[in-house]
Design a protein around this ligand. Sequence first.
Ligand code: ADP
Ligand code: PMV
Length: 315
Amino acid sequence: MLKGIGKSHGKTIIMGEHAVVYGYPAIAVPLVSIPVIVKIKQNPENILSSKYYVGKISQIPDTLSGVKYLIELLDEHLNKDKINYAISIDSNLPIERGLGSSAAIAAALTRAFFDLFDQSLETETLLEYVNKSETVTHGKASGLDALTVISNEPVLYSKDTIEHFNFSSDGFIVIGDSGVKGKTKETVADVHKMYQTDKATIGAYLEQLGTCTSTTKKSLINNKLRLLGQTFDQANATLTKLNLAIPKTDQLIAAAKNAGSLGGKITGGGRGGCIIALAKSLNNATMVQKALIKNGAEQTWIQPLSIYAEETDVD
Ligand SMILES: Nc1ncnc2c1ncn2[C@@H]1O[C@H](COP(=O)(O)OP(=O)(O)O)[C@@H](O)[C@H]1O
Ligand SMILES: C[C@@](O)(CCOP(=O)(O)O)CC(=O)O
């Protein structure tokens, strides 16, 4: 009986979301501590089992359209003998919270299919499959999520640069899930509408976010945590002007700041989803985490930036 396994992980965008869609640089880091595992085995039932759907592959609902599309595509390209499957998705990434669940699942699924059929998989091919699935889920995606969920290192991405880089920073990122679904497809489309209506103003905001990414890179490399925190605040003010904040994410960011965070911002598509707050020490990160939970965060994670000093082994 054929069996395949594929792994991937979440990501958080430290700086530059939305602006990256317009060619400005953005930085995202892999969250290897939140893995996604897809297992496939030959099985006559042709079923998918996941947190959000259990049932026939042919009846996967439209809410998981990116997953359905990708399974059909991989099946068409690889399944010469027309076998049937049982696919299981094991993921602790919350859906639609800006932590890259769609890209992570697409990457793990693609790897599992290639493993099942004993085919080697080049990075370029993997990215093509993930981005095709992302286009179904999100509309036109920048490609940043796809790169970061398959990378062990932080990624600096813009229309003409893909750079994997390491830095030695001793801060901590505390991630708080507002519990509110953020619809990336909608927010990207809305920013685009605003841009079409007033290119000068919205273009200037996007450019400011691009500048924030350059400052962020320097701050991370030189361990300038105060400057990094200020840049988080600055970017959050700009993201708010782009109508990407909601009261719940504002509340979480304010709570983090009251607990001593150096700065906080929305991460990912926005208008819900997660926030990230910068803490200077583990003790401070724990205080920030408690404040987020007290203010209604559905889930929280503490990510030490020191793990990005060198490549982390994911497998
Ligand atoms: N556990 C899961 N099981 C099946 N599909 C999932 C799961 N988690 C995420 N997905 C897929 O990812 C999509 C959500 O992605 P998206 O809206 O981009 O959120 P995110 O911001 O987390 O990337 C879902 O529509 C679904 O296709
Ligand atoms: C808003 C955007 O910059 C990031 C979206 O992140 P997420 O899918 O919400 O995790 C869109 C993109 O880069 O394609």
